[in-house]
Design a protein around this ligand. Structure first.
Ligand code: PHE
Length: 328
């Protein structure tokens, strides 16, 4: 230190004390100026010892004052840092802001929509609170029909002749659409459905289905096979897809089938039900079954997503587990 320029030293020390952000910074400043061996002020005071009495008188008090000024500045800053915890460093990069995103099921629904729109299907919505008439009766499932047991139902209130429920499948959208439109057409309707049943890895009380319906003059199961294979091929892009039908029963189709899919060399997996729309259903919406026919299908969207992304448990979609949500 040049003891002839104590003012410059003082200013520099004060600057460094003021910009110290934590006690480690501050300790470094203290060592730099007041350290017992290398401290600038300490060295200057040692130098002073070898000087003449006149020079000592001239510089001594000044240096002593400087030393105590720096000491008190440091202890003042120490307190400041202690109070604030850490001092805000405006030069630090900011914390990343977390932005949410659409859930996996919504993303899948969007993708499904795009694929079917690409095949000239329209996307139709329907209510989650349904009437018994749409969820059951018009679908050829009268009140005393044992097949009602296929759908464990959350019943809501009855108003006059209307019995309300949470829809157990997306099939009522078929009826609502046909009531208001003339064929030919082809639609899908993805959406939320509800079942009053125990949950496990493959069952939830609350899940999503993809309904499909195509009505025309000479639509057959062969048309369905083509459409659904094309859908699977696009949805499970990059895999070889095989589709097979097993005969099955749903009151609103005849014949009814279960649709299985085989991806590459994996096992056959069941994806949902389908079939040719039952003449009773066509009659319920005042279509002439001798003139019009078509296919309908209903798949579980969770099921499609579980197979596509290897999700092991359907309850994960409703768990709110951030680790799972952030993965997709
Ligand atoms: N609605 C049926 C179910 O939920 C699925 C289905 C739809 C079957 C259309 C055939 C035709 O189980």
């Amino acid at each position: 230190m040049n003891i002839m320029e104590p003012e410059g030293i003082k200013k520099q020390a004060y600057d460094e004390i003021e910009t110290a952000l934590n006690s480690a910074d501050l300790e470094a400043v203290r060592l730099k100026y007041l350290g017992r061996k290398q401290g600038k002020i300490t060295l200057a005071l040692k130098e002073l010892a070898g000087m003449s009495v006149d020079e000592k008188r001239k510089n001594g008090p000044f240096l002593q004052q400087l030393k105590s000024d720096i000491e008190s500045a440091i202890s003042f800053r120490e307190k400041e840092i202690g109070e604030k915890g850490a001092v805000i460093d405006v030069t630090l990069p900011p914390k990343k802001i977390e932005v949410g995103h659409l859930g996996l099921i919504t993303q899948a629904e969007d993708e499904i929509r795009r694929i079917f729109e690409g095949m000239n299907f329209s996307v139709i919505d329907g209510p989650e609170i349904e009437e018994e008439k749409y969820n059951f009766d018009s679908l050829n499932i009268p009140a005393d029909h044992p097949a009602r047991e296929m759908w464990d139902t959350f019943w809501l209130k009855t108003e006059g002749k209307k019995k309300y429920l949470l829809r157990t499948h997306t099939s009522p959208v078929q009826i609502r659409y046909m009531e208001r439109h003339e064929p030919p057409f082809q639609i899908i309707s993805p959406g939320r459905v509800f079942r009053y049943e125990a949950t496990d890895a493959t069952h939830e009380t609350n899940f999503h289905q993809l309904e499909g319906l195509m009505i025309g003059k000479d639509i057959s199961l062969a048309n369905f096979k083509f459409v659904i294979e094309e859908f699977f091929r696009r949805f499970f892009a990059g895999k070889t897809v095989k589709v097979r039908f097993r005969s099955s029963y749903f009151p609103f189709v005849e014949p009814g089938v279960e649709v299985d899919v085989k991806l590459d060399n994996a096992k056959w997996l069941e994806m949902g039900g389908a079939g040719m729309v039952h003449p009773n259903v066509l009659e319920a919406v005042k279509y002439d079954p001798r003139e019009w026919q078509g296919f309908a299908f209903g798949f579980g969207i969770e099921r499609l997503v579980m197979v596509k992304y290897g999700v092991p448990d359907t309850r994960m979609f409703m768990s709110g587990d951030l680790k799972f949500i952030k993965k997709f």
